[in-house]
Design a protein around this ligand. Structure first.
Ligand code: SF4
Length: 638
């Protein structure tokens, strides 16, 4: 039988699929079958997350095994058939809790699955003589938005969910993570196939960080239909409904791919579409060049799968098609002018009739049309019928999407936005570029590039890292921030005393702002920090860039700094790699690895602040001659 290698590296027959399938990108499912190239290896960051997840799972398992009487653990190192037999035996015997089990294969449903926990429901078997179970998974992330003390899963597991909640809803404050829940739905179907499902509804649980347990009603309608489905059912869908549709869809994708391998004439059912998961997907080595080659609409920031579909329904299938839409008609559509109705009314009058006579009560629309040069019925001829199809489409900012598509296809790396005549960047005598590095437990580094501009000669430049390598990050962050803040306070006071202008810069301030506010709260500095963040001294270069330029690409610092010719010294510089390095920097037993990780982190942080300096200089000098996006018209369309 043909086999497919899954993300977990387990090789399963193509006809049997695990719970991961339903949440996987259909193109990845297809490529797992076709394997046109080797996928990229799993990143160090993903491996670190997986290792942390496994360690957390082992901790929870050990705690449950020692605290739940009648718990049975299935040895996960045994062969799949053996684990399946041990799980079946435990369920037949009515074990209170089955840890690390493997449910019987559901050949009819093409399912195989290994729920972390199976929790027995009730004190006696069902009428079919079998004990009922609910699936529970262990996930190393937050599952409840509540500042509860660490939970006791053993205690919670003893309470059936429909008892705890009165059968009405899931746990209070539970976070509903789609990927977690479709996995539970998969196990639910497997339990139904072997007759061990509960009789009252369909439920599942997730034990997350802090050992919090959240229960979920898998029949509660809460999900929008997936954009991957060609025939989308009316929503909202329950987790079970959404899972069933997704699982069945992925099976058809696999089936088509298997048949296409035998007969190349068989059409494939999936295609690459840029989604957030692509950034960490090994198949991006295959998909990215194809997305670029096709000029796929998903490449455009702000065009998600829903908007991509809305464009395709209007026969705009790539970036060239989008760039070719009429921006004037798009602005009228976006402004809410009822163009279809106007055109219908205008058909009955003379071409020289003024718009005001056709729709006399719509004063705002008349003014909007006049601003775009549409004053009489004859002017309506200049509007684009294709762009008119977007009226009431829910596509959002269509003029912005057209401009971004044109900018992406245009010869310049960036263009001035409409209405921006001249680029402007706030500058100062003393410029301080700031970037922080943090992990879930706290912020360990505030890096600063201090630049003192002088009337003549080159500026004085110095990199200053305010860092703590204390493994207790939540303690160390106070020390690092205190030193940073004291230094910044001193610089601001000195600048004020010498009557020099000081500005501090960051790129995309929301992360820095929230960390500063949070730590300031712990140190009693709330008011001082709040005043600084609200002052004109604090400049977000991302907003400066975004409000004046359009590129048609993402606006992350790594992308836009390249416009200024800036390169990071480390090729693998990035947030994920920084987390891996931080773990090494504070807790690796090998001192050489610790020292090297600290050096890497400081270099990475220094490059980040040097990148914002380079971007500011570029915006202030080299970017000034960039043309306006208005000059592109629809010339970028084919
Ligand atoms: S790179 Fe993106 S489109 Fe391609 S398989 Fe991965 S997730 Fe799917």
């Amino acid at each position: 039988m043909t086999a497919v290698e899954t993300e977990s590296s387990e090789v399963v027959p193509a006809s049997l699929q695990g719970g991961y399938l339903a949440k996987q990108c259909p193109e990845a499912v297809q490529l797992d079958v076709l394997r046109p190239v080797d996928p990229l290896p799993t990143s160090q960051f993903r491996m670190m997350l997986a290792a942390a997840g496994n360690a957390f799972e082992r901790t929870v398992f050990a705690e449950l095994l020692s605290s739940v009487s009648g718990a049975v653990e299935v040895d996960r190192t045994r062969e799949p058939n053996c684990r399946e037999a041990l799980t079946t035996e435990a369920m037949r015997a009515g074990a209170q809790l089955v840890i690390g089990g493997r449910l019987p294969v559901d050949a009819v449903g093409h399912r195989v699955g290994e729920p972390d926990l199976l929790v027995r429901a009730g004190d006696e078997p069902k009428v079919n003589g079998r004990w009922a179970y609910v699936p529970v998974d262990v996930k190393h992330h937050i599952v409840r938005d509540t500042p509860e003390l660490p939970g006791n899963p053993a205690e919670s597991l003893g309470v059936a969910p429909w008892v705890e909640t009165g059968g009405a809803a899931a746990s209070e404050f539970a976070r509903w993570t789609y990927g977690d829940l479709v996995q539970l739905a998969h196990y639910q179907r497997l339990l139904e196939a072997c007759g061990h499902e509960i009789s009252e509804g369909r439920w599942g649980g997730i034990i997350g960080v802090g050992q919090q347990l959240a229960w979920y009603d898998l029949d509660a309608p809460c999900w929008a239909p997936s954009e991957y489905l060609e025939e989308r059912p009316a929503g909202p869908l329950s987790t079970m409904e959404s899972y069933d549709a997704a699982f069945a869809h992925r099976l058809t994708v696999i089936d088509a791919a298997l048949r296409q391998r035998r007969d190349p004439a068989v059409p494939l059912l999936a295609e690459p579409i840029l989604v957030p998961a692509c950034a960490e997907c090994g198949w991006r080595v295959w998909c990215y060049p194809r997305l670029e080659e096709a000029g796929d609409l998903s490449l455009l920031p702000g065009v998600d799968m829903r908007k991509r579909r809305l464009h395709q329904e209007r026969r705009v299938t790539d970036l060239h098609g989008l760039a070719g839409l009429d921006d004037r008609t798009a602005r009228l559509v976006a402004a809410g002018v009822q163009l279809a109705d106007l055109i219908e009314r205008a058909a009955a009058v003379e071409p020289r009739t003024s718009i005001g006579e056709v729709i006399p009560r719509r004063h705002r629309q008349i003014a909007t049309l006049a601003r775009e040069g549409v004053r009489n019925v004859d002017d309506l001829k200049g509007l684009s019928g294709q762009t008119l199809r977007y009226e009431n489409s829910g596509i959002g900012d269509l003029p912005g999407q057209i401009d971004r598509a044109r900018a992406r296809l245009g010869p310049e790396p960036a263009y001035r936005r409409r209405g921006v005549d001249r680029l402007g960047v706030p500058r100062a005598d003393i410029e301080i570029d700031i970037d922080m590095e943090n992990v879930e437990q706290g912020t360990y580094l505030w890096g600063v590039l201090f630049t003192e501009r002088r009337p003549s000669g080159p500026p004085a430049v110095e990199y200053l890292p305010f860092v703590s390598w204390d493994p207790e990050t939540s303690t160390g962050e106070l020390d690092a921030f205190e030193r940073f803040w004291e230094w910044l306070r001193g610089q601001r006071a000195a600048a004020a005393a010498s009557d020099r202008l000081l500005r501090a810069y960051c790129y995309s301030k929301s992360a820095e702002n929230s960390q500063m506010r949070r730590i300031a709260g712990r140190l009693g500095l709330e008011e001082e920090v709040k005043a600084f963040l609200a002052s004109e001294q604090w400049v977000d270069l991302y907003a400066v860039f975004r409000d004046q330029l359009v590129t048609g690409t993402t606006m992350g610092l790594k992308t836009v700094a390249q416009l200024a010719g800036f390169r990071w010294r480390s090729e693998d510089a990035g947030g994920g790699q920084a987390m891996v390095r931080y773990a090494e920097a504070v807790s690796d037993p090998n001192v050489t690895i610790r020292v090297e990780a600290r050096r890497w982190l400081l270099e990475y942080n220094e490059d980040d602040v040097r990148a914002t300096v380079a971007l500011r200089e570029w915006l202030d000098v080299d970017a000034r001659p960039l043309p306006s996006v208005e000059t592109l018209g629809n010339a970028t369309a084919t």
